[in-house]
Design a protein around this ligand. Structure first.
Ligand SMILES: Cc1cc2nc3c(=O)[nH]c(=O)nc-3n(C[C@H](O)[C@H](O)[C@H](O)COP(=O)(O)O)c2cc1C
Length: 182
C-alpha cells in the first residue's frame, strides 16, 4: 500500500485526547492541506478557523453538555457521559470550517483533507457535527464571535484534532457498498 492509502486505512474517529497542544508546524501543515481541497469551480466557499483557545473550547463543551442534558431524549447526553463526559473529548484544537449557504459538499471535502492530514502526522481527529449545539445556546452569538466567525458565514463543520490518549479502531469495511458496473 502507498502512504496515502495507508493513511486512509488507519484513520478512525478519535474520542479521547490527552489535551496537550499540537505543534504549530503540524497545525500549519494541516491548514495547508485544508486549502488544497478541491471545490466546485474553485470557488473555495469556505474559511477555516483554527481554534486553539482551550478556555473557549471548554466553555463551549460545558454549554453543549448542559444543553443536551435538558433534551427530552437523554440517549445522546448519556452517550457522551459514557464517553467521558465531554462533548469535545478534551481536544486542544478545533478546526472550524465556515461556509457560504448551501456549500455543504465543498465543506465536507475540506473536512476529509484535514482528517487525512492530521492522521498522516500521527494525530487523532474526529469530525464533530455536535460543535453546532453550543452555537444554538443563548451564548451562541458570543461563541461565534470568539470563534472568529463573521457576518454571513454559516457553521459548516468542525473537526477536533489532538494527541490520542486512547487508540481506537477503524470501522469494519463493507465491500457490499460497492457496485461493479462492467
Ligand atoms: C458529518 C459528520 C459528523 C460527525 N459528528 C460527530 C460528532 O459530533 N461526534 C462524534 O463523536 N463523532 C462524529 N462523527 C464521527 C462519526 O461518528 C464516525 O465517522 C463514524 O462513526 C465512522 O467511524 P470512523 O470515523 O471511526 O470510521 C461525525 C462524522 C461525520 C462525517
Amino acid at each position: 500500500m502507498n502512504p496515502t492509502l495507508e493513511t486512509i486505512a488507519k484513520r478512525y474517529s478519535c474520542r479521547r485526547y490527552d489535551g496537550t497542544p499540537i505543534e504549530k508546524k503540524d497545525l500549519e501543515a494541516i491548514a495547508l492541506a485544508a486549502v488544497q481541497s478541491p471545490s466546485a469551480l474553485n470557488q473555495q466557499p469556505w474559511k477555516i478557523n483554527v481554534i486553539t483557545n482551550k478556555a473557549l473550547i471548554e466553555e463551549m463543551d460545558d454549554m453543549g453538555m448542559a444543553m443536551m442534558s435538558q433534551w427530552e431524549d437523554k440517549s445522546t447526553y448519556q452517550r457522551f457521559v459514557d464517553r467521558g463526559g465531554n462533548l469535545f473529548y478534551n481536544t486542544p484544537c478545533m478546526f472550524l470550517v465556515v461556509k457560504e449557504p448551501g456549500k455543504d459538499l465543498d465543506c465536507g471535502i475540506v473536512m476529509e483533507n484535514i482528517a487525512l492530514a492530521a492522521c498522516s502526522l500521527g494525530l487523532g481527529c474526529v469530525i464533530c457535527g455536535m460543535a453546532a449545539i453550543p452555537l444554538q445556546s443563548e451564548k451562541g452569538a458570543e461563541f461565534k464571535t470568539r470563534m472568529g466567525m463573521e457576518d454571513g458565514e454559516e457553521f459548516g463543520m468542525a473537526i477536533l484534532i489532538g494527541h490520542a490518549s486512547k487508540e481506537g479502531t477503524q470501522h469494519p469495511v463493507n465491500m457490499d457498498k460497492i457496485r461493479w458496473i462492467e
